[in-house]
Design a protein around this ligand. Structure first.
Ligand code: 4NP
Length: 144
């Protein structure tokens, strides 16, 4: 799960998907394309919106997306088009490119809630919960 800062959207996406795949052997992680918040905890507003649904993201620490992630992960979900482009720019093979997609199946961006109000975080949660539900279904289909 990749956003810009790895403190608002992608930590929530990680926590939500982890909560849905808990019985499967799937590693979920998140990162930011920017370096601003490396080592920081998620934004308190993301922690709060997760907590309402018993999803604890408070122990996550932000890290920057690394080209080694193309080797480490089978699927890379970008929160918006700008981050998608930044990830694609780091690919070195067609195999890498195929791993990268926008998290919302309608190709919309998950709006960046950082400079907004709490409502933006609620909206993120709703969008990501639905997207992670769809991801889980498609992972099931791929493994058949
Ligand atoms: P995120 O949100 O990409 O969802 O983690 C942001 C967090 C921090 C900043 C921008 C977006 N920032 O400019 O510091």
């Amino acid at each position: 799960m990749v956003c810009l800062g790895n403190i608002c959207r992608s930590p929530l996406a990680q926590g939500i998907l982890e909560s849905k795949v808990k019985d499967l052997q799937i590693e979920v992680d998140s990162a930011g394309t920017a370096a601003y918040h490396i080592g920081n905890s998620p934004d308190p507003r993301s922690i709060a919106v997760g907590k309402k649904c018993n999803i604890d993201i408070s122990r996550q620490k932000a890290r920057q997306f690394s080209p080694s992630d193309f080797k480490a992960f089978t699927h890379i979900f970008a929160m918006d088009r700008s981050n998608n482009e930044n990830i694609i720019a780091k690919t070195t093979s067609e195999e890498d490119v195929k791993k990268v997609r926008l998290i919302l199946s309608n190709q919309n961006d998950v709006p960046d809630p950082y400079y907004g109000e709490a409502e933006g975080f609620e909206n993120c949660f709703t969008l990501l919960d639905d997207a992670c539900h769809q991801i889980l279904n498609s992972l099931h289909n791929e493994s058949r």
